[in-house]
Design a protein. Structure first.
Length: 202
């Protein structure tokens, strides 16, 4: 399985803090999410980024996350991390970097709700990570897991990725995908949501 770095209690806290973002649907509550790929969307993709010194935020990324927090969108990161399978870094290092990202965001009063990563690769050195999994994008496993755990409304959610495999994963999960090709992420997010709304209506 892919790993979620969010605990249940934190999930409850966040849910309690975002009452306005929820809607009633047949007695159950569903929330929209923005799914973000990590490398090439939230940070510059230098290839197998796993240390703070290698991490450069994309312009507008922190602002985009804060905006999602304020508007009641869950922020869910779904990231292939085959560097773990390849032995370039381990899960502890990834978790350390993720914790650092959360600290950085906290300076702005922002946070990521869920961070899901796939540590696998079909040709991994380590047999523990060597598999044809359902979580490595273009497979939709990480999105499906998050949708189940957070009761996410697929129709009102979108994914932003910089790769066709991101969009394929979104499509398989029934979520609209948008290809980010650089520029400010906060502006891109707003235009993607406007377009999603228009597609939704027509
Ligand atoms: Mg990417
Ligand atoms: Zn996987």
């Amino acid at each position: 399985m892919c790993s979620a770095l969010v605990t249940a209690s934190r999930m409850e806290m966040i849910r309690a803090a975002h009452p306005t973002g929820r809607i009633e649907k047949g007695g159950e509550e569903w929330r929209p999410a923005i799914f973000f790929d990590r490398d090439g969307v939230l940070n510059i993709d230098h290839g197998y980024v796993h240390r703070v010194e290698q991490f450069t935020w994309v312009e507008g990324a922190r602002e985009a996350i804060l905006w999602c927090n304020q508007q009641g969108y869950l922020v869910i990161v779904v990231t292939n991390q085959s560097g773990i399978a390849r032995g370039y870094y381990d899960e502890a290092q990834l978790q350390e970097l993720t914790a650092w990202m959360q600290e950085q965001l906290a300076f702005d009063g922002a946070h990521m709700d869920g961070v899901y990563y796939c540590p696998h690769h079909p040709e991994a050195k380590d047999p523990y990570y060597r598999r044809q999994c359902q979580c490595r994008k273009p497979q939709p496993g990480m999105l499906e897991q998050a949708i189940g755990e957070w009761e996410i409304d697929r129709e009102r959610s979108i994914l932003i990725g910089d790769n066709q495999t991101d969009l394929q994963a979104a499509q398989q999960a029934g979520v609209a995908g948008f290809l980010f090709q650089g520029g400010r992420l906060d502006r891109f997010l707003l235009s993607a949501l406007v377009q999603h709304e228009q597609n939704f209506r027509s």
